[in-house]
Design a protein around this ligand. Structure first.
Ligand SMILES: Nc1ncnc2c1ncn2[C@@H]1O[C@H](COP(=O)(O)OP(=O)(O)OP(=O)(O)O)[C@@H](O)[C@H]1O
Length: 261
């Protein structure tokens, strides 16, 4: 296959990449819960975890012990995604041992990701969410060149450094060679509300930055997700934010979906 040849995913209507300039800003949390939020709205949803450096989607869905089924179709091996909470999931994490660091060179990793997309029997999908590795390396570049993308969502926290990196990522995706539409920005960890003081918001990482960045990049601020300790705890248990007592987070995801569709 030619390095720049597009991959065709028959049946998949819109592919949305979730990217960030910086690691640890909550990209996998946003991808996973956005996928669940879309499925709850009745859409057919797929989630591809392409984060080779830290594939956390299987853990966030409590399916790290599972492997996609493989069967042969027309002499070719194809995989069936694992389904949970109404989302069809494929992850690079299904194919590496737990806690095993992954040292893949660029072309090898890009090849593995290409296979993940191409050799999976997705069926009819309205939205495919792709959780990208952080930053703007070769893997992101190759994947963007090979897929027909609906657009990219950038995740950032309100810190200056995260937003600077988000700005750099935006310029890679939107440059005239790649030309990926920027669908908007999701600001994560926007404020903290202590359990004992539910009416209060503490903007511990700063305030208003992502809205400014969105207007600078001529895009939309799709939503702001609060920092809630239970979010991390739910992820560890393999549960989406819909299982939390605190509904501010699931409400925030509903708003992102409203803005997106
Ligand atoms: N809104 C939030 N409130 C509380 N904890 C959060 C929130 N968002 C993310 N976290 C926690 O922060 C940590 C990092 O989140 P996550 O793994 O989603 O980030 P990431 O950007 O995908 O990281 P990586 O760079 O490793 O891919 C996780 O432990 C997650 O549970």
């Amino acid at each position: 296959m030619n390095a720049f040849e597009k991959i065709s995913l028959p049946g998949v209507k819109k592919i949305i990449v979730v990217a960030s300039g910086k690691g640890g800003v909550g990209k996998s949390t946003i991808s996973s819960n956005l996928a669940v939020a879309l499925a709850r709205q009745g859409f057919k949803v797929a989630l591809t975890d392409a984060d080779i450096y830290g594939p956390s989607v299987p853990r966030m869905f409590g399916i790290e012990h599972l492997k996609p089924e493989v069967h042969t179709e027309d002499g070719k091996e194809v995989m069936t995604p694992v389904e949970k909470f109404g989302v069809k999931i494929m992850s690079i994490g299904f194919f590496i041992e737990r806690n095993q660091g992954l040292i893949w060179r660029g072309p090898m990793a890009a090849n593995a990701i290409t296979q993940l997309f191409e050799n999976t029997r997705w069926g009819d999908i309205d939205y495919m969410i792709v959780d990208f590795p952080p930053g703007t390396g070769d893997i992101q570049l190759t994947t963007v060149q090979k897929l027909d993308l609906h657009g990219v969502i950038l995740v950032t926290t309100p810190q200056e450094i995260a937003m600077n990196d988000a700005r750099k990522a935006a310029s890679m995706f939107t440059n005239h060679e790649l030309n990926v539409p920027l669908l908007g920005i999701v600001e994560n960890m926007s404020w903290f509300t202590p359990l004992q003081h539910p009416g209060e918001k503490y903007f511990i990482f700063g305030q208003g930055g992502a809205a400014l960045l969105a207007s600078e990049l001529k895009t939309t601020l799709l939503g702001q997700i609060p920092l809630v300790a239970e979010v991390g705890e739910a992820a560890e248990k393999g549960l989406p934010v819909y299982n939390l007592h605190d509904q501010s987070v699931s409400n925030a995801f509903e708003k992102v979906v409203e803005m997106l569709i």
